[in-house]
Design a binder for this molecule. Structure first.
Ligand SMILES: [Zn+2]
Length: 133
């Protein structure tokens, strides 16, 4: 039984193992952040996620992903105009704002496709400004 003020949940072994491994890999860095246990790690992850969702709940109703190709995310931010976010030297940049920390970039970071894209981008640069089909 968890101590007062705490609740326990049950997750599949697969999920547990996955997170436990990533906890193990990041242990040193986490300790620097004051995270010294696996449950502390999960708590901090959930808090971070919640924060992210809340941020996107504010901005994302106005944003829609139009397309994701090799190094580019095209967003329609409705109230305004189309925003294009490109991946350049491992960093996302918004062509509309000419910034790397605007809401479009933030939104692009939340797209899972981006991480596949990032993987691709490590290939030779000829693929960087490739064809859009
Ligand atoms: Zn922008």
């Amino acid at each position: 039984m968890p101590k007062p003020g705490f609740k326990s949940i049950t997750v599949s072994e697969h999920v547990y193992d996955k997170f436990f491994k990533s906890y193990g890999r990041n242990k040193k860095g986490l300790e620097l952040k004051g995270i010294r246990s696996f449950s502390g790690y999960l708590t901090s992850m959930m808090e971070e996620m919640t924060l992210r969702y809340e941020t996107f709940a504010i901005h994302s109703p106005y944003m829609e992903k139009l397309s994701v190709d090799q190094n580019r995310v095209v967003l329609d931010n409705k109230r305004n105009r189309i925003a294009e976010v490109i991946l350049k030297e491992g960093e996302l940049q918004c062509l509309l704002d000419e910034k790397s920390d605007c809401v479009h970039v933030g939104f692009a970071y939340s797209l899972p496709e981006l991480y596949n894209m990032d993987h691709k981008i490590k290939a030779p640069p000829h693929s960087a400004y490739g064809d859009t089909n």
